[in-house]
Design a protein around this ligand. Structure first.
Ligand code: RFL
Ligand code: PHB
Length: 389
């Protein structure tokens, strides 16, 4: 088999890259380890920056997003009963869009099918070969057969546990990591959201987030120790803990119900540099992970695709390699700013096991400062709605 760009991973970054390249006349093949149903059943991100929405429009998948997505003009940060509203529209002029990653992925699969994209599912044993030559190729197993895909470039869009990052030799890679001593337990329930905007709640009992997917589908998270298992958490225990973290007025009116999904995700900050090794490029979670507190993971994957898709189009259609030469530095500059924001939001809103009594006072003072200072709120809003590409 031969193509121009071999894309490893059919999650949001791989699919969006393939879609944008194909619309510009560039050939792609996507190799995905899981089944399509599996990719579509992963409940993850919920908040899209305006720049992400614009990229999805450019990819031709903006229609359902605008019909079913919920534009949000603000969100709340709370400390016990103190509620601080961050008014995105007033402070920056720009709202965000609440629309699930599952829906984004479903829209991209439908659009890729319409273009006749070649997406191979349930591939295994993916190996990227000769990435530092002008003739890289990928070998893999599909349908019980060993296959070879020759290409001009390889895009590593295979998430944190993929093979692409590990293909770059250890003495070339530099990794930066911060692991947090807690995870998020998330549930989905067919109940009306706690509020019509998101609530990031800091409390004496730890962090909680009240989010949503639609007017009748809520997504809630609470902070849990890394050692906890989903089985430790009955629905009743979850609702009780959530209520104990939310401001009293919100907790009192919270509508509870059976959970239809429950999972635990560890929190980490991670960056692997550089994003390019010869003709291999890392994109999205394959290169970096942020804790979900700033809602930046999917949005960062999309900004990587923004830089890379144009660079690959320029290289393949005009022989102009300046974009691919600049890709790693351009993408990393934005990635580190989102790293900083996600780390800051995480530190500002979570209780750390074994912390001293000073830490909670710092969190309270930060919230009080936000309540009083429009400058502080604007800084937060500017980062939350997404820094420019
Ligand atoms: P993905 O989604 O992990 O997709 C990678 C794909 O590659 C496949 N794969 C392989 N394929 C072939 N060969 C191999 N060897 C392979 N190894 C892996 C996998 O099966 C998969 O299909 O990475 P991608 O595309 O870079 O997308 C990144 C986003 O998924 C991620 O950043 C976000 O979900 C993070 N995130 C959030 N981001 C936001 O922007 N806003 C949010 O509100 C938000 N909330 C969240 C989140 C992530 C969460 N979890 C569970 C980690 C909330 C949570 C709870
Ligand atoms: C979500 O709805 O899943 C969500 C929203 C905002 C975040 C993280 C997750 O910061």
């Amino acid at each position: 088999m031969r193509t121009q760009v071999a894309i490893i991973g059919g999650g949001p970054s791989g699919l969006l890259l393939s879609q944008l390249l194909m619309r510009a006349g560039v050939e792609t093949v996507v190799l995905e380890r899981a089944t399509r149903d599996h990719v579509l059943s992963r409940i993850r991100a919920g908040v899209l920056e305006a720049g992400t929405v614009a990229m999805l429009e450019e990819a031709g998948v903006g229609e359902r997003l605008h019909r079913d997505g919920l534009p949000h003009d603000g969100c709340y940060l709370t400390d016990d009963d103190l509620m601080v509203r961050i008014d995105f529209r007033e402070l920056t002029g720009t709202p965000v869009m609440v629309y699930g990653q599952t829906e984004v992925t479903a829209d991209l699969y439908a659009a890729q099918d319409a273009l006749g994209a070649e997406i191979l599912h349930e591939v295994s044993d993916v190996v990227i070969n000769d990435a530092t030559t002008n003739a890289p190729y990928v070998t893999f197993t599909h349908g019980g057969e060993q296959k070879r895909l020759d290409c001009a470039f390889v895009a590593g869009c295979d998430g944190f546990h993929g093979v692409s990052r590990k293909t770059i030799p250890e003495d070339v890679r530099r990794e930066f990591e911060r692991v947090y001593p807690f995870g998020w337990l998330g549930i989905l329930s067919e109940t009306p959201p706690a509020d019509h905007e998101l609530i990031y709640a800091n409390s004496a009992n730890g962090f909680a987030l009240a989010s949503m997917r639609s007017e009748m589908l809520s997504r809630y998270y609470v902070q849990v120790p890394l050692t906890d298992k989903v089985e430790d958490w009955s629905d009743a225990r979850f609702w009780e803990t959530l209520k104990s973290c939310l401001p009293t007025g919100v907790a009192d009116t919270l509508v509870t119900g059976p959970s239809i999904e429950k999972s635990i995700a560890p929190l980490r900050s991670f960056v692997s540099e550089p994003l390019r090794w010869g003709r291999l490029f890392l994109v999205g979670d394959a290169a970096h992970i942020v804790p979900p507190t700033g809602a930046k993971g999917l949005n960062l994957a999309v900004s990587d695709v923004f830089y890379l898709n144009q660079a690959l189009i320029d290289a393949l259609t005009r022989g102009d390699e300046s974009g691919i030469d600049a890709y790693s530095d351009r993408a990393l500059t934005r990635i580190w700013k989102a790293m900083r924001f996600s780390w800051q939001m995480t530190t500002m809103l979570h209780r750390f096991e074994g912390e001293d009594n000073f830490a909670a006072q710092m969190r309270k003072a930060t919230l009080n400062h936000l309540a009083q200072s429009e400058t502080a709120r604007r800084d937060l809003a500017e980062n939350y709605i997404g820094l420019p590409f």
